[in-house]
Design a protein around this ligand. Sequence first.
Ligand code: ATP
Ligand code: MG
Length: 228
Amino acid sequence: MAITIMENVVKNYRVGKIEVPALRGVSVSIEEGEFVSLAGPSGSGKTTMLNLFGCLDKPTEGKVYIEDRSVANFSSNKLADVRNQKLGFVFQTFNLIPVLSAFENVEFPLILLKADKPKQRKEKVMNILAEVGIADLANRKPMEMSGGQQQRVAIARALVKNPQIVLADEPTANLDSVTGEDILKLMLEMNQKTKTTFIFSTHDPMVMGYARRLIKVHDGKVQSDERK
Ligand SMILES: Nc1ncnc2c1ncn2[C@@H]1O[C@H](COP(=O)(O)OP(=O)(O)OP(=O)(O)O)[C@@H](O)[C@H]1O
Ligand SMILES: [Mg+2]
């Protein structure tokens, strides 16, 4: 089953009076459980695609579907619900809340969802911190952790609410190559264990090497799309 689809998506950004084309007719269908890399040169449209899959923005033309539902007519509240309930985000610069501990950063989305009692919530957080290999760092603040450890917290934060899709924009770009490879291995392991779909962008051939499907984007179009 397709978990998310782009159908003839065109995205133009408006800068003053000028329209900047970012996507020029992209159609892709991502199946449940896939581990997909978006690759392509700077400015090719990777972040734009992730923002559209992530319901952070709407296409100029064409449609984006999450689980069979076109998001075009969703209100901004409904889009926020979709993001909170179905999507997890991982960023290049980790984007943890600096005053919160690792535990509290991971707990935060569960508090927003209001679905669990405190005891259940604590269990979920400790379980996922253990899964990503940093249970012993639960009380550390982001500043007191290495980049790789912070990205593990961010992956735990994305996965703790058991989302359908994790979207990651250049998740290894601020890490050294060894740490970056560890993060990719962790993402792949979590993908295989939880069957969560992962879509991540990269410039790095090492990262592309771990992908099970490689979608190459060039100048706002899909240039090639290969499953391995
Ligand atoms: N908010 C914006 N306003 C105007 N133009 C934008 C905006 N965001 C992106 N663009 C333009 O859209 C095109 C695609 O940008 P996008 O950020 O998706 O590329 P990318 O593949 O993620 O690049 P990079 O590898 O550098 O992150 C580029 O021409 C870019 O300049
Ligand atoms: Mg980008």
